[in-house]
Design a protein. Structure first.
Length: 436
């Protein structure tokens, strides 16, 4: 295992999660010449799409350009909830009241769908009914939270409640926040085990998954698609793109609409149980309102703090990312200064320009992507919706198909160079203003 050393730490730069379960070795498959459904991408989106397509009787193949499980599905923080990142008023302004209502309603629907999937496929992914606490960085943020709760209660079935500042002591040991919202239905999972569970569900159904099999081109040929896949050519009636933040340059239309933003995470060494209990008395999943977007939790075994956030909006050395995240973590919890890190890692979140996911089709190719930091639940849920839509099943209806999947005039190159400007803005202006 590769190790990094920095300021007394000696840590792995692979995800902590990868040590908690065995990596699955896939069976070898010969690519079929014809298919009903080809799914491109084997993260949560693609695997869920494969399960649904197979359940509808479609001959299905899932391919991934990299090693299976190398992407964000096994690298995230395991925050399990689907509340929209964009407020109802903004959604209504952009897409209409009906679509805004539907997207808010689907927060509960998606959570229920994925929980049912975990149950029906008997996936052991350390699901913890912890609730998720959104922490207000300022009094102004807390006032906005109160308004948000009233909208959530009106527009969805998600159970939420305001936590005033004087009650935060029951949730977290820190003086940094001014209150919070508790999303009572949200949970925590081990993302690697969840991913493995989806793979094993497909293996039981004998749906082939082929790794290190890049797709170079997809072109319409009558009622089928001709796909150059690795060194082979195959034909499929339907294609589902499920590549999100790992979309390759071969697919320029998608690449112009979803761009990769790195998220960085650290894990502490094993901590005393009494310290864990002191820092996080109820073991909540926690996020904060400032644009630094720190998110943190205890590990499922209750021994570590896992802490993630925006150390940068572009790739940076992991040692630097670890240093930046430690500063933020120690500001919240000074008690952790004397403890070392065991892991630091990164993964790419696929962002859309309006910060919400999209489901639809382009030139007949179906897709679900652009989760913008809310993909642990929505990726599987919307992957299923994309598969339903590809096979003309009415269960594919979703508010996320009634949104415009736009690009931006700032995204004029194949690589998102505008993130360098955004990184400068957030680190040198926005962060300093919010801290003031």
């Amino acid at each position: 295992m590769k190790q990094l050393r920095s300021e007394g730490d000696s840590f792995s730069f692979e995800p902590y999660w990868w040590e908690t379960d065995q990596k699955i070795v896939l069976e070898k498959y010969a690519l079929p010449e014809t298919l009903d459904v080809l799914v491109v991408g084997a993260g949560y989106t693609g695997l869920a799409a494969g399960i649904i397509a197979n359940g509808l009787g479609a001959k299905t193949l899932i391919v991934d350009a990299e090693d299976i499980g190398n992407g964000a599905s096994t690298r995230n923080g395991g925050m399990f909830g689907a509340h929209p990142r964009v407020g109802w008023e903004q959604l209504s302004l952009n897409f209409g009241k009906e679509t805004a209502d539907q997207i808010f309603k689907e927060a509960f629907d998606s959570l229920t769908f994925v929980r049912d999937l975990i149950s029906s496929e008997q996936i052991n992914c350390d699901l913890i009914e912890s609730g998720r606490l959104q922490l207000a960085w300022s009094q102004n943020d807390h006032e906005k939270q109160k308004k948000l709760v009233s909208v959530i209660e009106e527009k969805s079935n998600i159970n939420v409640k305001i936590i005033p500042r004087n009650e935060l002591v029951n949730e977290i040991k820190t003086e940094r926040y001014y209150g919070g919202i508790l999303f009572e239905d949200h949970c925590g999972i081990n993302p690697f085990k969840f991913h493995n569970g989806l793979i094993n569900a497909l293996r039981r159904k004998e749906v082939p998954i082929v790794e290190n099999m890049p797709v170079f081109s997809i072109e319409r040929k009558g009622d089928r698609f001709k796909i150059h896949c690795g060194t082979k050519v195959i034909y499929a009636r339907n294609v589902v793109m499920a590549t999100n933040g790992y979309t390759k340059h071969s697919f320029k239309w998608f690449k112009k609409r979803v761009f990769p933003v790195p998220s960085f995470l650290i894990a502490t060494e094993d901590l005393p149980s009494e310290l864990i209990q002191e820092l996080s008395p109820r073991g909540r999943m926690m996020v904060e309102t400032r644009l630094k977007y720190s998110y943190f939790r205890t590990s499922p075994n209750g021994k570590k703090i896992i802490f993630g956030g925006r150390a940068a909006m572009k790739p940076i050395p992991l040692i630097l990312a670890a240093q930046r995240l430690k500063i933020v973590m120690h500001d919240i919890w000074p008690e952790l200064k004397k403890y070392r890190l065991s892991h630091v890692w990164t993964g790419f979140t696929g962002y859309s320009f309006n910060h919400i996911p999209h489901v639809g089709q382009y030139n007949g190719i179906h897709y679900a992507m652009g989760y913008s930091g809310s993909g642990t639940v929505l990726a599987a849920y919307l992957g299923a919706k994309a598969a339903y839509q590809a096979l003309n099943d009415p269960r594919g209806k979703t508010g996320y198909s009634n949104t415009s999947f736009k690009t931006s005039p700032f995204h004029i190159f194949e690589r998102p160079h505008f993130l360098s400007v955004a990184d400068f803005w957030y680190r040198n202006i926005s962060d300093r203003w919010q801290n003031r």
